[in-house]
Design a protein. Structure first.
Length: 296
């Protein structure tokens, strides 16, 4: 062994457990992109902050009875983003298509929520999208952009092979979005519905809404949490979910139909690290739940 190998280390990889790409089941990809952010920028710094947090929390999940160390993860590093939205999304689409074709599950760490458009468009079959978000993001245009963090779900509903969209934790919308949701058949479950019913019936409802879909893509905007639990997000919205409520719902809908997922909108410099820690925990629990689903 050389001194270069002995006394140096590469940038942190998510969880610290790195498998060779060929044997991995999950591929972590950072997307440090926040070009269209309109309130609190900085989610481009999230991938590294979340990686760092992931190295400092324990890996066993009491919810699933699985230890993350058992899973086969490969951290592929960060996407080389462009200063152009369309070009960045094109690159992301190409990269995630390659991951899908290798029969692996992509896990994207954003970045702003616009990045979800890339993997959803890259999947070659029909897919349902389940998005945890305070906002519907169904505007046709926002701040003179047709593709942005406030419009990407509208583009997904119009341009991708999506059979159904279910949005969970909703509590901030405009009339235009409400009208489009009704006309397009987009389903949403409000944060109030979840909290009033302690989330007990919500996983059943989500599963029933996508039960006829073979493939499901999960997207988790961390502003679905109340700012008390996740203050470091791009567009914080009061009256949100607790971390417990979010994980209760998330882990109950993770099954073999999940083809990939992302976490987005974390802005690390707006808090002392708590939101990055919450995000790493969410990723841990989703992976462990997917591992649990593989077992008899």
């Amino acid at each position: 062994m050389s001194y270069l190998e002995l006394y140096t280390c590469k940038s942190p990889v998510f969880s610290g457990f790195q498998r060779d790409l060929r044997e991995a089941d999950y591929v972590i990809l950072g997307v440090p992109f926040d070009l269209t952010s309109t309130y609190r920028t900085g989610s481009r710094f999230a991938p590294q902050a979340i990686r760092e947090a992931s190295l400092n929390i324990e890996t066993y999940s009491f919810r699933s009875g699985v230890d993350l160390e058992e899973s086969k993860l490969h951290d592929a590093g960060d996407l080389q983003v462009s200063g152009d939205v369309e070009e960045t999304l094109k690159r992301l689409e190409l990269v995630t298509r390659e991951i899908f074709q290798a029969e692996k599950i992509p896990i994207l760490i954003g970045g702003e929520h616009t990045v979800t458009l890339g993997p959803v468009k890259s999947f070659e079959g029909d897919v349902a999208v389940v998005s945890f978000d305070a906002h519907l993001d169904l505007r046709n245009e926002y701040a003179d952009r047709s593709i942005s963090h406030a419009t990407f779900m509208r583009r997904i509903s119009e341009e991708a092979k999506v059979k159904r969209i279910v949005e969970v934790g909703t509590r901030a919308i405009c009339r235009e979005e409400m009208d489009h949701a009704k006309s397009s058949g987009t389903q949403f479950i409000t944060s109030q519905q979840i909290m009033r019913n302690d989330g007990g019936e919500v996983p059943k409802k989500i599963r029933s809404l996508v039960e006829d879909q073979e493939n499901v893509y999960l997207s988790i905007d961390m502003d679905v949490l109340d700012p008390a639990f996740a203050p470091g997000v791009q567009n914080p919205e009061p009256d949100g979910l607790s971390i417990n409520a979010l994980l209760d719902v998330l882990t109950e809908i993770c099954n073999s139909r999940i083809i990939g997922f992302d976490v987005t909108e974390v802005t690390p410099h707006y808090d002392t690290g708590i939101t990055a820690i919450q995000t790493a925990k969410v990723i841990f629990e989703v992976i462990c739940s997917l591992e649990r689903a593989k077992k008899p």
